[in-house]
Design a protein around this ligand. Sequence first.
Ligand code: PMP
Length: 387
Amino acid sequence: MSRLDSFLEAALARIERAGQRRTLRASTLAPGGRVLREGRELVDFSSNDYLGLARHPLLVERAREWTAAHGTGSGASRLVTGTSAAHLALEAKIAAFKGTEAALLFATGWQANAAVIPALLAAIPGAAVFTDRLIHASMHAGVSMAGVRQHRFRHNDLDHLETLLASKGADAPARLILTESVFSMDGDRADLPRLAALAEAHDAALFVDEAHATGVLGPQGKGLSAEVPGRIDLIMGTFSKALGGFGAYVAGSQVLIDYLVNTASGFVFTTAPPPAVLGAIDAALDIVPGMEAERAHLAALGERLRTGLAALGLDHGASSTQIVPAMIGAEEDTLALSAKLEAAGFLASAIRPPTVPPGTSRLRLALRASHAREDVDAFLAALKAAL
Ligand code: PMP
């Protein structure tokens, strides 16, 4: 064994002892809210393909057409030769969808958050950063890359944020608030009107991650940012969840986008998204605004699932979206429950530390518009038996 491998073996053994070693398992999304895993078809409550677009014929066809016309690779990074007319047209389309002056494509949501936050903070040395405790790992990565201390407020507790804004960083040249509009592991929403008002009152910039809201919530699926038009400085979101594709966007003012084109390392130093990815996004943006029936169905499924969980005595936190946690608590119990459900034909992933705080292990249930009400009922019956 090489010297490197022996260190890594020891590190993996520590992860194993902590009960946190994970392995990859092959899965394939299937129609009807199903997933194929190791030869079995399971009812899927674990994927983020909320609107069923990942296999939609229009997206598949446009990805194919754009590949046939322009090839499989973009050839270079955006500032070299990687920017095609399609990139620019798509960015204009995203800005129109989000109601902002401009928008910029990123390879992934993780990369966008990890690149944009340090770039912003480089322009305002000494800025005070205020973060919801439950923001995504990629935003934490961005803040830590910037080497800035963050003032964390209790999850969705805007009284706490207000206290911090009043007491911390009074002498800072600027303030930045980071949050999500729909939280990925809890399915609850941020109060954007109050956040925007707080940001305005304390002269802070507001950064909102709409990864799980884009396509699903707001008028025409434009996200919750549509509740506060023009009042969020930077909106970030992904195409990899409800939009059924891959990649991410940042939307905001033209100055913001021009600045990021020049400075965000995960934009400047990476290859431009390829034609297939652009084609799928372009098609998704054509059909998402009209998917009101799917959005209403998802909302109704969410209500049904929450009512059923409550009847079983399970806490679903403050979920009000297509993401519904079934709070279990201990890691081992959550893993055992997830395994029993899988044996019964349902994929309900156990989410545990470090993804969520200790003692809050849960089944993270994600609904898909292709689920029938009967799928939710059958899941609740299986869960009751497993409990
Ligand atoms: N932000 C949030 C809130 C997320 O849940 C995720 C994905 N898990 C990301 C960013 C990262 O997006 P991507 O998967 O496109 O890298």
